[in-house]
Ligand binder design. Structure first.
Ligand code: UMA
Length: 502
């Protein structure tokens, strides 16, 4: 029987080892600890200023991708003046103007236009240190991001997730838990749905679950999630953030406006995040995949526990999950910690986490044919992501890798095979380079196969697989050159797999 609830007192020593928040809301005299209902939530000044404060401002929307267009539409709907700008010289201005009757500029932005602007809303992909953005600062223009605009113009409670890896899975899972608990739930942000696109539809009852990238955190000001999470921090996007320290500082901004009313969920096994939690005004809930925590969410002997001062509950075992791999267990634990902190019932959490399947293209189970399991990890576009996928495989694996050359080093990926890879089928521009690294790492030459197309790669894997094996597409490379994007690569793989004869 898994629904075991027992006292935590027998783990007192471990409990003492776990650093907790510096100040509890009770210490601060701030009660209630967390706003459980929309009514309680409204008593806390989450959104300090109403959108009305901005109705007479002139906005510049920088970027005409998903975020820029959604931001422009939100401002237009609210009858707020704006100028649309994109750095792309060959922007199709007439086509855009047909849909958006506002001034549109591409490439250069006249000084007299800039001088009229009060607030610039940057799309996430726009570096905040561009000369043009620096010039805007000199002119006294406020620099917002699309997330800040959405937050100011939306209503209801917000849960937000950041981290280097696992954001999308955690956001999607938490979104499902929230949908099973509340009637009005929006899942937005870096996951591919701009937050500004739904801001107008939100009410005080809306629960918004947002995946927030480091790019998006750079330009928040008042954004204050009631529950936040930082899953992990490893070097990434350093071309944009320049140093690891800056990247860490940006990630940590997700909690900068949180107080004792709010909760921040952190990975106890990430030393940066463990110490970050020690000084936070928000209530901190840790999760750990490596030890039993007296309080928080722990993976212990194959069981995921949630414990607070009074109870220790087994949420599920890892065998009951459809997701595989330690990193995925961490994503599940973070979602559990966030959901419990937000007041979702444990029975709902249990049901949803057990049924939740991987998001498309991330170690996504496709099907089993003749006893051979097929997994699509087309999103494994760099060696780090591909390492997680091969680590998650519990079976002898026929691995399809290779693609566009991003100048990556494949050694660590190949070292992570640890005897699991039976055949290594290589595609694309990087295939020779990867094969050479594999040979240098002692991978047997006869187990390296080249393929000229995905079809050939799938066929070669199937021909060499035995019942009980797995076939994994996890290329460690971008898809460009052979496919439009990783989504197309993954879908072609899945179609080919489904067509295989039983
Ligand atoms: N642009 C400029 N100047 C620049 C850079 C871009 O004018 O210096 C213009 C481009 O010409 C283009 C537009 O800005 O017209 C593109 O904006 P964008 O790059 O911000 O892309 P969007 O389509 O708005 O998508 C963004 C996120 N993109 C990035 O962060 C790069 C999407 O995340 C997100 O899903 C979407 O908003 C909705 O919120 C994608 C991503 O790659 C998936 N994220 C990175 C990641 O996950 O690693 C952070």
């Amino acid at each position: 029987m898994l629904d075991t609830t027992f006292s935590t007192s027998h783990k007192a020593e471990e409990y003492e080892q776990v650093s907790r928040r510096a100040k509890s809301p009770e210490d601060c005299g701030q009660v209630p600890r967390r706003a459980k209902s929309p009514e309680e939530y409204e008593q806390v000044p989450y959104r300090a200023q109403s959108p009305d404060a901005y109705r007479d401002k002139r906005f510049l929307v920088f970027g005409t991708g998903l975020s820029g267009i959604a931001a422009a539409e939100l401002l237009i709907k609210n009858q707020i003046q704006l100028v649309l700008y994109d750095g792309k010289e060959d922007l199709d201005i007439p086509a855009l103007r047909e849909r958006y009757p506002v001034p549109i500029y591409a490439g250069t932005l006249p000084e007299e236009v800039l001088k009229e602007i009060d607030i610039a809303v940057l799309s996430p992909g726009v570096p905040t240190d561009l000369p043009l953005v620096n010039h805007m600062r000199e002119l006294g223009i406020a620099i917002w991001g699309e997330i800040e605009l959405a937050y100011v113009f939306s209503k209801g409670r917000v849960l937000a997730i950041t981290g280097t890896n696992g954001k999308t899975t955690t956001t999607a899972l938490l979104g499902e838990i929230m949908k099973a608990t509340f009637s009005d739930v929006q899942v937005v942000g870096n996951i591919g749905v701009p937050y500004t696109g739904i801001a107008d539809q939100t009410t005080r009852d809306t629960v918004t679950v947002a995946e927030i990238s480091s790019f998006q955190l750079e330009t928040i000001h008042s954004f204050r999630p009631q529950v936040s999470a930082i899953l992990n921090i490893t070097p990434d996007h350093l071309n944009r953030h320049h140093t690891l320290e800056d990247y860490i500082a940006v990630k940590e901004r997700i909690a900068e406006n949180q107080t004792g009313f709010d909760t921040c969920v952190l990975n106890y096994e990430d030393p940066i995040l463990r110490s970050f939690g020690e000084g936070l005004p928000a209530k901190v809930v840790y999760f750990s995949s490596a030890r039993w925590l007296g309080r928080g969410v722990s993976l212990f002997a194959g069981e995921i526990h949630y414990a607070n001062a009074k109870i220790d509950t087994i949420v599920c075992t890892t065998d009951e999950l459809q997701l595989i791999g330690k990193h995925n267990y961490e994503n599940v634990m973070a979602a559990i910690a966030m959901a419990v902190s937000f007041g979702a019932p444990m029975e709902v959490i249990r049901r949803v986490v057990k049924n939740f399947r991987a998001v498309e293209h991330r170690i996504e189970y496709v099907t089993t044919k003749r006893g051979v399991r097929f997994y699509n990890d087309s999103k494994g576009t760099n060696p780090d992501a591909a390492i997680q996928a091969i680590r998650a495989m519990k079976w002898p694996t026929l691995l399809i890798g290779g693609g566009y050359d991003k100048d990556a080093d494949y050694r660590e990926w190949i070292e992570a095979f640890q005897g699991k890879v039976k055949k290594f089928v290589l595609l694309g521009a990087t295939r020779e380079k990867i094969a050479k690294t594999a040979l240098d790492c002692g991978f047997p030459e006869e187990d390296i196969l080249f393929a000229d197309s995905m079809e050939e790669a799938v066929r070669k894997c199937y021909a060499n697989a035995e019942p009980g094996d797995a076939v994994l597409l996890s290329p460690a490379c971008a898809s460009w050159g052979m496919f439009a994007n990783y989504e197309e690569r993954g879908r072609i793989f899945k179609d080919l797999v489904r067509e295989l004869e039983e």
